[in-house]
Design a protein around this ligand. Sequence first.
Ligand code: KG4
Ligand code: ZN
Length: 333
Amino acid sequence: MRVLAFETSCDETAVSVVEDGTRILASVVASQIDIHRRYGGIVPEVASRQHVLSILPCYEEAMAAAGVSLDGIDRVAVTNGPGLAGSLLVGVNFARAIAASRGLPLFGVNHIEAHIYANWLAFPARPEDDSRFPALCLIVSGGHTEMHLMRGHGDYRLLGRTRDDAAGEAFDKAARLLGLGYPGGPVIQKAAAEARGRYALPRAWLPGTSDFSFSGLKTALYHLTRREAILGNPELVANAAASFQDAAVEVLVAKALRAASDAGARCILVSGGVAANSALRNRLAAQSPIPTFIPPIAMCTDNAAMVAACHYFAHRDDAAGGDIDVEPALSLS
Ligand code: KG4
Ligand code: ZN
């Protein structure tokens, strides 16, 4: 089965063609990072306008790279939530038009669930193989930080989520406080690699829950920068960046391991842009008593191949599809 998939929920315009859930024939991603960088974050109106400009060239590039015409496509899948309403609309309307033009079945895909399925793209398994279940899914991105217990394909129980900022959002805000630019994750990680010392920063454990909170850490970093005259001193900025990264990563890893143990999970599946963080990857690999899957960085950040994989593994039994609408607040469990 060949699926043509679209992803425009945030600031990446992505189009992909994937065969049988894991064979990527094409995966085109047009990132808007350079456009949003000058604003220090994503501006929703700018994002949707950019998707309008990018979607047709991305589609044409993907079809050419895959070497197929629409005659060779079986289904169309598109992220229809959660995400920015104006951005989602561009992908959904484009996918709808393509599907209608050829009478192809159209399917909506949940963006969070798609992130999880990056783990099937990167580490293929047969659809009937249930040896990973139950799996603890940690989704850490710029817009979302959630843990779900995955009991089978398409079957999730929400264990916890952030009560305020998403992990990636916290990295972005911390980088801004430290004058390091945007997006925050990669620049914090780079600065942290130069650190020679650490400051004490708080960890929000939220005992008895699998929820997260990052706003207190961000506020503590703000007060630290004021108190210690850190800004403009590269060595102190590096120490502050490392202290922030340690605090965020320590909580993410400890709470994921605890939730996995409590739920009797057989493995941990990590996904989302923050899964690109090397401190998070190393700490999980070092501390987890069960197998931990983390896709390569290009599959952790937003892409459309994960959307196609998600449809194939979790929802391909629904053969007919149907009309869909954007659902900016769509949830998974
Ligand atoms: O999944 P993603 O591409 O988009 C959303 O769906 O949000 O995630 C983007 C987020 C940004 O907040 C970015 O700062 C963060 O992922 N990120 C990182 C790293 N690379 C990207 N966070 C920590 N360390 C990194 N190396
Ligand atoms: Zn995402």
